[in-house]
Ligand binder design. Structure first.
Ligand code: NAD
Ligand code: LMR
Length: 331
């Protein structure tokens, strides 16, 4: 029996990430080579943005993707999220040079109240929402609180780009292909306080320290490079990451709809269930495993050292601070 067409809403569809993301979704990279997709392309109701969106839609049409069942362009949230299976919330302002991601919170946070409510009211009951727009953990918290009837587990924020960055850095230092690096957990916030956990990562199935003996590099340059990679790209490109961000989102969703390989895990920012002392409800990045039935579980038995716990605590403190700044947006 052929599977139903999957409806995917993408906000900020005329933006940089949208441009790199939409062809990946339409060509099957996210939901597989047998699943047709219908795209809901959502933008702000501004003439320039909507004109650009029409251009993107024309290009998608001109790709003649076999898996693209159709698309709509809109700035209306009822239409945008109506009956969608996935809501990918990319649309938000990116930071500029010299800014931290949470400098965007006052401007971007309010976007996610209306979108959370619209997802609640118009999306399919099983709709899953991923937030990419920064600061993504706290924006996901806002969307989740405003989507009162949706299960909390349906909301996540993206730290997969950080996981991919961390794998690439370890692989380069070890002189191995990045596919040899597994169990790469990002803990905490998608920010400069995140903790890329080299102590529990594996290279070729063995602890990282067996291949990279330089602990000072792991504690210093490695962590800093991953934490600051977004800023380094902004400095180099004059624009924030887009193709790697779109790729991170493809990986994030694909790995939420397929069971995780035995023994491995993925980094996903999800509502805390209190694990590792992270206050319940905060959207925090954890190592996560996806089960055969499609649900996920935070991996409970990761041995976090005192060093790791200290790093996680600093990132959680930042998340709590962000939550206090936008407290009035949490319905
Ligand atoms: P961009 O400026 O190129 O595009 C953003 C688009 O969003 C624009 O077209 C804009 O009109 C649209 N938009 C703004 N508000 C909207 C709303 N309320 N509804 C619908 N559309 C809206 O930016 P970009 O480079 O595509 O980045 C988008 C966001 O993703 C930024 O906040 C950026 O910081 C973030 N980001 C996150 C990660 C991550 O790893 N989590 C990685 C890269 C970028
Ligand atoms: C990234 O990590 O590349 C994005 O969050 C963009 C940014 O502001 O760093």
């Amino acid at each position: 029996m052929s599977k139903s067409v999957i409806h995917v809403a993408v906000t900020g569809a005329a933006g940089q990430i949208g441009y790199a993301l939409l062809p990946r979704i339409a060509s099957g990279a996210m939901f597989g080579p047998e699943r047709k997709v219908f795209l809901h392309l959502v933008e702000i109701p501004h003439e320039k943005a909507l004109a650009a969106l029409q251009g993107v839609a024309m290009e998608l049409q001109d790709c003649a993707f076999p898996l693209l069942d159709g698309m709509l362009c809109t700035s209306d949230l009822e239409q945008g999220f109506g009956d969608c299976d996935w809501a990918l919330l990319v649309g938000a302002k990116p930071r500029g040079p010299g800014m931290e991601r949470n400098d965007l919170i006052k401007e971007n946070g309010p976007i996610f109240t209306g979108q959370g409510k619209a997802i609640n009211d118009f999306a399919k009951k099983g709709c899953r929402t991923v937030v990419v727009g920064n600061p993504c953990n706290t924006n996901a918290l806002i969307a989740m609180h405003n989507a009162k009837d949706m299960p909390r587990e349906a909301f996540s924020a993206m730290t997969r780009l950080d996981e991919n960055r961390a794998k690439a850095q370890l692989a380069e230092k070890a002189g191995v292909h990045h596919t040899k690096v597994t169990n790469m957990a990002i803990w905490g916030n998608h920010s400069a306080t995140q903790y890329p956990d080299f102590e529990n990562a594996l290279i070729d199935g063995k602890p990282v320290a067996d291949t990279i003996a330089d602990r000072a590099w792991l504690e210093g340059d490695f962590i800093k490079t991953v934490q600051q990679r977004g800023a380094a790209i902004i400095k180099a490109r004059g624009l924030s990451s887009a193709l790697s961000a779109a790729n991170g989102l493809v990986d994030h969703v694909r790995d939420l709809v397929n069971p995780t390989e035995k023994g491995d895990w993925r980094s996903v920012a999800v509502p805390s269930d209190g694990s590792y002392g992270v206050p319940e409800g905060l959207i925090c990045s954890f190592p996560v495993r996806v089960k055969k039935d499609g649900g996920y579980k935070i991996v409970k038995d990761v041995d976090l050292s005192d060093f790791g716990r200290e790093k996680l605590a600093a990132s959680v403190a930042e998340l709590e601070h962000e939550r206090s700044v936008i407290a009035e947006l949490l319905a």
